[in-house]
Design a protein around this ligand. Structure first.
Ligand code: ZN
Length: 758
């Protein structure tokens, strides 16, 4: 429903903004029409449509303020960064940034410069306001702070301006502010997206964090009473330099809390100090936790209420944090630089469990998906991780790698972030009774690439990389049929493009020599130009055959109905599928108009179940994602299966055995992985049901995450499929599209759709 609403609002915005004349020359000063915004929850509430105008006024009347548009939200609304500093600093921003460059490249020198008084710097404080759109107070408190710093001359203001640069992301989630939703217009909780970065809002903020390396990062939320101010309860992620963080973060939190107590009727709590569990900083999905890997003292602030008082509490807290930073600037900044120094000097490397380096192979021998490997390299670079490329072949830990192999040396300033992205994660099931959110996100395993952790020193000729090299797309000079190997998400995108053009595309359901099961076939005659273009665009190494002696299924563009959270729709649309969200009522009335239903829920209403059963037995496809969808398939009788499921918050990375002959798991490695969240598994496989993936029958099947009762699932099938009447069904006990994160599994959902398509 949220998604529908977002789309309707967007179209209203577009229509109205066309009708309104541009009032100011500069592009971002455009006055926006009223977006059918919800009524103000408190007096000082600022509508999104008023923000540009408000910032313009401040920018033109205060010489301490600069405003930038740093990007657009999913629905196309501007995000603003406000830079506040004393007027003399305006011209020196370049010099400050040069010093910040020194601090990353040569932290020892940066320390020396500071000690000798040779460094000209102010410390950046980043205020991230209202990432959850219905937690409105953050933006209003940030605007109030901005006005104070822009116009007042109190001792406090002077102190802040003299010592800091205040950076304010004034409305981190415009779509959510406009529609009064937690998420953006896509439906994404942006404050769960920082290790995935699927949304523009998170990517924009990552860019600013990388640009400024803020010393303080404050993320303004609501609503918890007494006001909640981080640092967090355990477990703390071992990839942090937590000792350096907590040395200042606790005192800073207390300074914020005391300011709230003195100036408002509210009290405060600090999870680290006042609780033993339940509010952890373990996963890097949250904005402040992510910022900590860039050296920030990161805090989430949960103001007590959606009211003027809630704005007050945020305001006094962030002013106190800025004052605290100004007063302790030298020591705090020294310790921030110490984080980078530890990284570069490999301080405590073994004790931290960091390897010497991570290797990301790109050659066929060592890499299952070279396109995805390039994508991970670009992701690392975007996140300010240093990457090298081997000029010549080299050997590491006894394995030989060719020239062109990527190497992530771990002696680098942001090694903690590099490790968080590239490690194998940890099984923390018994470290703590329960977790606030996910506990495993392993990018190599979930994004579908091979990476190798090298533990001993090695010799290699390495050069810096600033951009990943994608495989050069090729097509064979001669063939009767072109073959698109089914081994990367881009293959699916190319196939959907071909189907959009109404070109004949087949899917091999048996094994095609050299390409395995699931490869896509296109007649070569007359198609060499389009295939050459697609090969280039999607970095595909397209093959060729002169004859086909296996069964081929003819494909057409499926009309897909989704009954899922936002992620399935987002992922499938990104792969080029035509997708529509159907409510439960629409399923009852209209499911017959579609080819495939992708379902996440267990609907028990008999009318709904009958509609789904009739749909599949009449030839429709059912693709179920997650434990609830298995319950639905079982309860509806689509598949003769019994099942079991884990707890609602059990999650992590599992090891599975894939059947390489099954279409769903075509071209996945036999020893593969899955991501689970509230895991589902099959306890009885009945007549006509086949298994595509099975959880390995070993106690160590659980690689990373939090799942105590997992023993029950060991050795059980986790992806199964079969016929029902004239239709077909596939169910995943895993979560192959969870929050658009596990990219390596997206292709299996596409395969399931093609498998069930009649
Ligand atoms: Zn929130």
């Amino acid at each position: 429903m949220k998604k529908r609403l977002g789309l309707i609002l967007l179209s209203v915005v577009l229509t109205l903004s066309l009708a309104v004349p541009t009032a100011f020359a500069a592009p971002y000063w455009k006055t926006s029409a009223d977006y059918n915004e919800t009524s103000a929850p408190y007096d000082s509430f600022t509508y999104y449509s008023e923000i540009a105008e408000t910032l313009r006024e401040i920018d033109t009347t205060s010489n301490r303020v600069q405003v930038e548009v740093i990007g657009q939200s999913a629905a196309g609304h501007d995000l603003f960064l406000v830079i506040v500093s004393d007027p003399s600093a305006g011209g020196r921003l370049g010099r400050y940034q040069a010093f910040r460059n020194t601090m990353l490249k040569d932290p020892e020198k940066a320390h020396e410069m500071m000690e000798k008084g040779n460094a000209d710097f102010k410390v950046p404080i980043f205020i991230n306001a209202s990432i959850h759109g219905n937690e409105q107070t953050g933006t209003d408190a940030a605007l109030r702070m901005l006005k104070t710093l822009a116009y007042e001359d109190t001792e406090e203001v002077q102190k802040i301006l003299e010592n800091t640069i205040v950076l304010i992301n004034i409305c981190q989630n415009p779509d959510g502010r406009i529609a009064n939703t937690r998420s953006n217009s896509v439906g994404t909780d942006v404050n769960r997206d920082f290790i995935t970065q699927s949304q523009p809002e998170s990517r924009i903020t990552v860019e600013q964090i990388v640009r400024w390396n803020p010393m303080i990062f404050l993320d303004l939320h609501g609503f918890v009473n007494p006001m909640l101010i981080e640092p967090c309860t355990p477990p703390h992620n071992p990839n942090y330099e937590y000792d350096l963080y907590i040395k200042w973060a606790l005192d800073q939190a207390e300074a914020m809390g005391e300011a709230v107590r003195e100036n408002t009727p509210y009290n405060y709590q600090i999870p680290y100090r006042d609780s033993s569990a339940g509010w952890d900083d373990y996963p890097p999905i949250f904005t402040p936790m992510y910022s900590m890997y860039h050296g920030a003292y990161g805090h989430t602030l949960e103001t007590p209420s959606r009211s003027e008082g809630g704005v007050d509490a945020h305001y006094h807290a962030i002013m106190a944090a800025a004052t605290f930073a100004a007063e302790n600037k030298m020591e705090m900044f020294h310790d921030q630089i110490e984080i980078y120094k530890r990284g570069i000097t490999s301080y405590f490397q073994d004790e931290k469990g960091f390897p010497e380096a991570y290797i990301i192979p790109v050659d066929k021998e060592n890499q299952m998906d070279p396109v995805q490997a390039a994508r991970v390299v670009d992701f690392l670079l975007f996140n300010d991780i240093e990457i090298k490329e081997a000029r010549r072949p080299f050997t590491a830990d006894g394995v030989e790698y060719p020239a062109g192999t990527y190497v992530v040396m771990m002696n680098q300033p942001k090694r903690g972030l590099a490790n968080t992205i590239l490690w194998e994660g940890e099984d923390i099931s018994y470290d703590i009774s329960s977790m606030y959110d996910i506990s495993g996100w392993n990018i190599p395993e979930t994004w579908g690439i091979n990476r190798v952790a090298v533990t001993s020193e090695f010799d290699a000729q390495l050069t810096d990389v600033d951009k990943a090299g994608y495989p050069k797309g090729t097509i064979p000079a001669q063939a009767e049929y072109y073959v698109i190997p089914n081994n990367t998400n881009n293959a699916i995108k190319a196939v959907n493009r071909l189907l959009d053009l109404d070109l004949p595309v087949g899917m091999v359901t048996g094994e095609l020599e050299g390409f395995g099961v699931g490869a896509f076939l296109v007649p070569a005659k007359g198609n060499n130009q389009i295939m050459g273009a697609l090969a280039k665009e999607y970095s595909l190494e397209i093959g060729g055959v002169s004859e086909i002696d296996v069964e081929v299924k003819e494909l057409r563009k499926p009309k897909i109905a989704v009954h899922t959270p936002w992620d399935a729709e987002f992922v499938l649309e990104n792969m080029g599928f035509d997708v529509e969200y159907l409510s439960e009522t629409s399923i009852r009335n209209n499911i017959q108009d579609y080819d495939v239903l992708v379902n996440y829920y267990n609907r028990t209403n008999p009318t709904t179940r009958n509609a789904v059963r009739d749909f599949v037995s009449g030839g429709g496809g059912y693709v179920g994602l997650g434990a609830n969808s298995i319950a639905m398939a079982s309860g509806t009788g689509l598949l003769d299966i019994s099942y079991n499921s884990g707890g609602s918050n059990d999650n992590g990375i599992i090891r599975v055995i894939n059947d390489p002959d099954a279409l769903v798991t075509a071209n996945y490695p036999v020893e593969g992985f899955g991501f689970v969240y509230r895991p589902g598994w099959i306890t009885h496989v009945g007549e006509g049901v086949s298994i595509a993936a099975t959880i390995i029958d070993s106690t160590d099947f659980f690689m990373a995450g939090h799942w105590r009762t997992r023993k029950d699932a060991q050795g059980s099938p986790v992806i199964v499929y079969g016929d029902h009447g004239d239709g077909k069904a596939v169910v995943f006990g895993t979560e192959p599209v969870f929050r658009a994160h596990p990219e390596g599994f997206f292709r299996s959902v596409a395969n399931a759709i093609f498998y069930t398509l009649n």
